[in-house]
Design a protein around this ligand. Structure first.
Ligand SMILES: Cc1cc2nc3c(=O)[nH]c(=O)nc-3n(C[C@H](O)[C@H](O)[C@H](O)COP(=O)(O)OP(=O)(O)OC[C@H]3O[C@@H](n4cnc5c(N)ncnc54)[C@H](O)[C@@H]3O)c2cc1C
Length: 377
């Protein structure tokens, strides 16, 4: 009997888990991988798109070439999940499985920040990043604010990266002296688990005259007066606002009964939800790691090994350490890296790697190795 697996969402988590199961079970697997999109892209490619470094075609990888044993891809929208029956309804039909894996990521709620849709921009969605490609060139003087509107949010280094990349962009165009840049973040430091990475980022902000405003979130925007309001009631004038919108689990997850307090709770040992045979991985969970691709990928490995172990009537023996490496664009053609481990010790530990040109190649390899592994490209 083939193992029937349904994987909902073909992002970082869904792709890694499907790849491991296909490698391990081959044609003894009957896995359906469902996503509403026709292509995958790395989160960091949105930074390249918004600053005009790359076009959409250069960063989107079509799902079409996935040709792995035991795996079929369906481009459909998931409209209902029944975790008790392990039954899923989509725009294309109904599916049932022995094992269900929810890897649907996080969506954005722009309406949670009054004025954001009318008076600001966001670069966390692909459409938002593409729109900014035309908006940013028009900004030649005044105050630019990169602002976080809610936590948790994906890829904690991404707001710092946007501020540093904006500095470079304005410098190259000869208008940096006419512009000021501020960064509003809900944390006390840019990367709380790594004091060294935080120090390096704060040093980079100081050298570039980027104002860092810690412990604050953006509450709302007043488009008519061109001011943002922070969560302490203070106001800041702006000419360009690059927002990180409030994140939410997809509606279909919230309606399924899988979520508690907005996200899906899972056990750290095997990424199982409270429903037997139903796993959840990545940004859609509240497992305790930041919302980032590397952590979704790590969770996918543990869930896949749990599925394989349970096939043999065993329990997964590999502990989930919540460890991963995040690359950080420091500007000036350099990339830094922070290696973070969330669960091995009593508190999260981060190791800083100084920005360098060598790490640019490292980051490129990170992308190309996933492209090869998941898509055979
Ligand atoms: C600007 C930016 C920079 C980033 N940089 C990095 C980085 O350098 N390193 C890093 O590790 N992470 C980075 N990230 C974060 C990373 O992109 C995400 O954390 C990661 O993609 C999460 O993986 P996931 O598998 O949980 O979800 P996703 O990769 O988001 O996949 C979820 C999938 O579910 C699909 N889906 C959702 N709802 C439905 C539905 N109803 N029906 C069908 N399909 C559906 C979506 O189309 C999507 O493909 C960045 C993010 C941003 C925004």
């Amino acid at each position: 009997m083939k193992l029937r697996v349904l994987v909902l969402g073909a992002g970082f988590g869904g792709l890694e888990l499907s790849t491991i199961l296909s490698e391990a079970l081959g044609n003894d697997l009957d896995l359906t991988l469902i996503d509403q999109q026709d292509s995958f892209f790395f989160g960091f490619s949105k930074l390249d798109v918004m600053f005009g470094r790359k076009g959409a075609d250069a960063v989107k990888i079509p799902y079409r070439p996935i040709g792995k044993p035991g795996l079929r891809f369906r481009q459909e929208t998931i409209t209902a999940i029944d975790p008790v029956a392990k039954r899923v309804t989509t725009s294309g039909g109904t599916y049932e499985a022995d094992v269900l894996v929810v890897a649907l990521g996080a969506n954005y709620d722009l309406s949670a920040t009054p004025g954001l849709a009318e008076g600001g921009n966001e670069y966390y969605s692909f459409a938002g990043a593409e729109k900014l490609r035309d908006v940013i060139p028009q900004f030649t003087s005044g105050h630019a604010i990169v602002g976080v509107c809610g936590a948790p949010f994906k890829c904690p280094p991404a707001p710092s990266e946007a501020a540093l990349m904006l500095h470079d962009y304005l410098l190259k165009r000869g208008v940096r002296d006419a512009c000021t840049i501020s960064l509003v973040m809900p944390f006390g430091s840019p990367i709380p688990p790594s004091p060294d990475t935080s120090k390096a980022l704060l040093r980079a902000f100081e050298e570039r005259h980027i104002q860092f405003i810690p412990q604050r979130k953006v509450h709302s925007l007043d488009a008519a007066r061109k001011v943002i309001r922070l969560d302490d009631g203070s106001e800041m004038p702006y000419n360009l606002f690059l927002g990180i919108p409030k994140h939410v689990a997809p509606d279909v997850v919230l309606q399924s009964g899988l979520a508690e307090n907005g996200w899906i709770p899972v056990t750290k040992t095997d990424l199982l939800t409270r429903f037997p045979g139903v796993y959840a991985i990545g940004d859609v969970t509240s497992v305790g790691t930041p919302k980032a691709g590397v952590f979704a990928e790590g969770a996918a490995r543990i869930a896949a090994h749990s599925i394989l172990a349970s096939l043999k009537g065993k329990e997964n023996a590999t502990a989930y350490t919540g460890a991963g490496s995040c690359y950080i664009e420091f500007g000036e053609g350099k990339v830094g890296r922070v290696d973070v481990d969330f669960f091995s010790g009593p508190k999260p530990q981060g190791t800083h790697h100084e920005p360098s040109e060598m790490l640019v190649a490292d980051k490129d390899h990170f992308g190309s190795s996933r492209k090869a592994r998941w898509f055979g490209l």
